[in-house]
Design a binder for this molecule. Structure first.
Ligand SMILES: NC(=O)c1ccc[n+]([C@@H]2O[C@H](COP(=O)([O-])OP(=O)(O)OC[C@H]3O[C@@H](n4cnc5c(N)ncnc54)[C@H](O)[C@@H]3O)[C@@H](O)[C@H]2O)c1
Length: 267
């Protein structure tokens, strides 16, 4: 008996990276999965791969910031599988036009701020607003946040602020739906080695990131999928309202530690 046998899960931003790994893992553990992404081709590829491995999945094309599209996508999922048990709200605006232009605060185009908030924050709200009423009692929401919401930085103020807000949002959802046995938790990764992240950072910045963490390895999308599926499963039945950091020890120490270690290693 697998942990998600007979259950239905919806994963947003599932056409690539972390979302694709989470959808794949949920399906491997028995869930019927809605693979939702704004890019139809990505969602289709992931759903097809899941089915090729014997799982059950349907591709859903939807911009999570658009309320009508969210309602339609959830309707399509219910039409396919008849119930909803797990929602992993994971989509974020990470393109060149949003994250890429989310640089210094003083020159920030408010359109970048607004689009970032619309996808990262309103998208999560809409998933809960339309997902919770049709979710089975005892279901679970998992929301992808980031360590960027837990520290300051000289860039990415819109992205980091949206992720910080999600930590509060997780608590509001946990509070609103606790009496139905519906839980809500967040996962906050530091660098996750997705294809897009590796390409965007390049070797030099990847080396900087390596110097920041305590463990010799960075997280993979599959590591995050392990945490997401745990939080979505009955094994986490007493955990709600929490945002769990998964960062190979990036935030657990003082910056001086990383600096000292780096000096020692380079002697
Ligand atoms: N990769 C990392 O290092 C890292 C670190 C911390 C947090 N995160 C978070 O993990 C999540 C997934 O990121 P990833 O690294 O897998 O990136 P990714 O770019 O591989 O995946 C993001 C997916 O979201 C989709 N998407 C974007 N806007 C959307 C919208 N409006 N509606 C529906 N789908 C949309 C994209 O098409 C893409 O498939 C994000 O919430 C991100 O903030 C990533």
């Amino acid at each position: 008996m697998s942990r998600f046998d007979g259950r239905v899960a919806l994963v947003t931003g599932a056409g690539s990276g972390i979302g694709a790994a989470c959808a794949t893992r949920l399906a491997a553990e028995g869930a019927c999965v809605g693979v939702l992404d704004v890019h139809a081709a990505g969602a289709k590829t992931v759903a097809t791969a899941i089915r090729a491995h014997g799982g059950t999945a349907v591709a859903l094309t939807c911009d999570v910031s658009e309320e009508k599209q969210v309602e339609t996508a959830i309707g399509e999922l219910l039409a396919s599988f008849g119930r909803l048990d797990v929602v992993h709200s994971n989509a974020a605006a990470l393109g060149r036009g949003t994250y890429g232009r989310d640089q210094d605060l003083e020159s920030l185009d408010v359109a970048v701020w607004d689009r970032t908030m619309a996808v990262n924050l309103r998208g999560a709200l809409l998933m809960v607003k339309h997902g919770a009423p049709v979710m089975a009692d005892g279901g679970a929401f998992v929301i992808t946040s980031s360590v960027s919401g837990m520290t300051g930085d000289v860039a990415h103020v819109a992205y980091g602020t949206s992720k910080a807000a999600l930590t509060g949002f997780v608590r509001f959802v946990a509070t609103r739906y606790g009496s139905r046995g519906i839980r809500c938790n967040g996962v906050a990764p530091a660098l996750v080695l997705t294809e897009a992240a590796e390409r965007a950072l390049g070797p030099e910045r990847l080396a900087d990131k390596a110097a920041e963490r305590l463990l010799p390895w960075a997280c993979t999308p599959e590591d995050v999928a392990g945490l997401v599926t745990f939080l979505a499963s009955d094994e986490a039945r007493c955990i709600t309202g929490q945002t769990v950091v998964i960062d190979s020890g990036t935030l657990a120490h003082r910056p001086e530690h990383a600096l000292r270690q780096w000096r020692q290693d380079s002697e």
